[in-house]
Design a binder for this molecule. Structure first.
Ligand SMILES: Cc1cc2nc3c(=O)[nH]c(=O)nc-3n(C[C@H](O)[C@H](O)[C@H](O)COP(=O)(O)OP(=O)(O)OC[C@H]3O[C@@H](n4cnc5c(N)ncnc54)[C@H](O)[C@@H]3O)c2cc1C
Ligand SMILES: *[C@@H]1O[C@H](CO)[C@@H](O)[C@H](O)[C@H]1NC(C)=O
Ligand SMILES: *[C@@H]1O[C@H](CO)[C@@H](O)[C@H](O)[C@H]1NC(C)=O
Length: 556
């Protein structure tokens, strides 16, 4: 006998993609269930580096303070010759850069994936959502009006079947997941023959201030990286060895590390986590079929070089999450969901190219790190701050209209080429701007845009000093569901008399000019409205109420 239940959204998977999607939906008040077939939560560092753009997504999701506090800064790599205590060279893979007013988190932060997941789970629990362990999706059927999922809950030796009726199903079930397979979506790409073993091991005696590397990625390689937990090092080994033996026997693994490093001056203790990995570079040709969506590794797998995996997956989750929340609450038409594929597919395709290219360069690099250093010195685009959706059908730019290239292919999705003019455009990442003085409480601590943006709402920024025009825009925004919008009236630096009676959520003065600069506004008379989406992307740059209405019409 199988029991029956129904829920608007069923999320399959308990990894970072599933959790980011779940958090976006739950914060928007959508009821969900989230199921994971494994009996316990993941352990291990896995993708530990959090790219600057991902940190911004964590900010939108409200988990950044915890992630930041528990993480550590990235460290340089020291390259050694076997047996030598002193490194031949030490370098930073990606240059450490200063934070700026527009980019408050300009560098990677390191924190084990398992901890990132537990922080997201804690937030979900506060919203009453618990990941259901030991709960596996077996099959599903799609109908016109919904999806029926057949699930099995394990309890000891017993298997309890359950039928879950949902309106939408999200497959965030990883690279080997059943959702993609059952949808029959193609997963094109290649698998490489290299084979790595990685995990975590207790170790003492190596400096915690840098990543230690012997050999090179194309051949024999040993890497020992300090983690945020004292004495736990993350390791990667590759080379010509008996994989099964190293995977199953700690002493053989330790001996391999000793042989390749020629070092006996540090301790190697218990193995905390071990896994193996083969470079696999594949992606789907669409991210959804009907009411079923794919996100994260279920939709794309790639080489860890460049570290875009988790980073990309979280962006998938938030992109899908906010759109689905609007559709479920009847604030947008289901056609909005098509833009999930339209926006994400070119970004993911480009990311696969970037990480594959890096992977090949890293493999071809020499033992001393020549080449790898060069390959990695491309931190810029890898931070993903330039990723944009300028070509998207739901963004609207009246200031710098997007002209489709002749072949209508999106160009420069990573913003690596600067995208022509250096003006902020619709589809770009919305920059931060600190130093915003609240005109109703001028003595309070100034606020910043990154404290106002969030996954639950669109933020309407009004750059103007014309009270009548500001009022017209605020009135127009009132036509939209109130809990989906935040309004911010931003007066230029040095404005003297400012009405405090406007019906805006925030009335601020751009004390230091960061907002006007970052958004390329002059303080002249033209009222300009910038709509920032729940995923921190500039959706619209428009000049008046009519432009604002046209922007939102694209959601219907
Ligand atoms: C063992 C391992 C090591 C990795 N190491 C690295 C690394 O060193 N560097 C790097 O950059 N990236 C690494 N990755 C990739 C990185 O972790 C992924 O990009 C990231 O985890 C993607 O998250 P995800 O949520 O899409 O998928 P996953 O984290 O794989 O999560 C999938 C989830 O789906 C669940 N699931 C699967 N099938 C079902 C089902 N039928 N029913 C219910 N639940 C199901 C699983 O229990 C799991 O919770 C690694 C991945 C794995 C699995
Ligand atoms: C995210 O990016 C960082 C930095 O490049 C990388 O170290 C990390 O492995 C990435 N995460 C994943 C899961 O790819
Ligand atoms: C737009 O703003 C950015 C960020 O402040 C700046 O670098 C760029 O020069 C500006 N471009 C123009 C044309 O004003």
């Amino acid at each position: 006998m199988s029991s029956k239940a129904s829920v608007p959204v069923l999320i399959v998977g308990g990894g970072p993609t599933a959790l980011a999607t779940a958090l976006t939906l739950a914060k928007n008040g959508i009821s969900i269930r989230i199921i994971q077939k494994d009996g316990c939560f993941h352990i291990g560092q896995r993708g530990a580096g959090i790219q600057p753009r991902t940190l911004e997504y964590y900010n939108l999701l409200g988990v950044l303070p915890d992630i930041w506090e528990r993480g550590i800064p990235p460290m340089p790599i020291s390259v050694y010759k076997p047996g030598m205590i002193e490194p031949i060279k030490t370098f930073h893979m990606v240059k450490i850069e200063e934070d700026t007013p527009a980019i408050p988190h300009n560098n990677i932060r390191m924190l084990g994936q398992a901890t990132q997941e537990s922080i997201m789970r804690e937030q979900l629990e506060k919203l009453g959502v618990h990941v259901e362990l030991n709960t596996e999706l077996r099959t599903f059927e799609q109908r016109e009006d919904g999806v029926v999922a057949r699930v099995v809950k394990k309890s000891g030796d017993e298997e309890i079947p359950e039928m879950i009726q949902c309106d939408w199903l999200i497959g965030a079930d990883g690279a080997k997941g059943v959702v993609r397979k059952q949808l029959g979506v193609t997963f094109l790409g290649e698998t490489h023959s290299d084979h790595l073993i990685f995990g975590e091991i207790e170790s003492k005696g190596l400096s915690p201030g840098s990543v230690h590397r012997w050999g090179n990625p194309g051949g024999t390689l040993v890497v020992l990286r300090p983690t945020e937990t004292e004495r736990i090092f993350s390791f990667v080994v590759s080379g010509d060895f008996d994989h099964d033996k190293l995977m199953s026997d700690r002493d053989s693994l330790v001996q391999y590390i000793r042989d390749q490093t020629g070092r006996y001056d540090f301790e190697l203790g218990n193995i905390v986590f071990i896994s193996d990995w083969r470079p696999n570079i594949r992606m789907v040709d669409k991210f959804s079929v009907g009411r079923v969506f794919l996100a994260g590794d279920a939709a794309h797998v790639h080489s860890p070089t460049g570290g875009q995996g988790l980073n990309t997956s979280i962006q998938d989750g938030v992109n899908l999450g906010w759109k689905l929340a609007l559709v479920i609450r009847n604030h947008a038409s289901p056609s909005l969901l098509d833009t999930y594929t339209t926006e994400r597919l070119p970004v993911v395709a480009h990311m696969l190219k970037v990480s594959t290219n890096l992977y090949q360069k890293t493999r071809a690099s020499t033992v001393t790190g020549e080449g790898a250093e060069e390959a990695w010195q491309r931190g810029g685009p890898l931070k993903q701050l330039g990723i944009n959706y300028r070509w998207s059908p739901i963004v609207r730019d009246e200031r710098t209209p997007y002209i489709h290239p002749a072949d209508t292919q999106p160009i420069d999705v990573y913003g690596a080429e600067g995208g022509g003019a250096s003006v902020l455009r619709a589809g770009d990442r919305a920059p931060d701007a600190p130093g915003l003085v609240d005109n109703r409480q001028p003595d309070a601590e100034p606020t910043k845009l990154f404290r106002i943006f969030g996954v639950t709402h669109h933020t309407v920024l009004i750059f103007s000093r014309d009270a009548a025009q500001i009022r017209a825009v605020l009135d127009a925004v009132k036509e939209y569901p109130p809990n989906t919008m935040k309004t911010v009236t931003i007066y230029p630096q040095g404005t003297s008399t400012i009405p405090t009676t406007l019906n805006a959520d925030y009335i601020v003065t751009d004390r230091d000019g960061h907002a006007y600069n970052g958004y390329n506004m002059t303080d002249s008379a033209t009222t300009t409205i910038v709509v920032v989406r729940p995923d921190g992307v500039v959706g619209g740059i428009v000049f008046g109420v009519e432009g604002l209405q046209k922007f939102f019409q694209a959601y219907h």
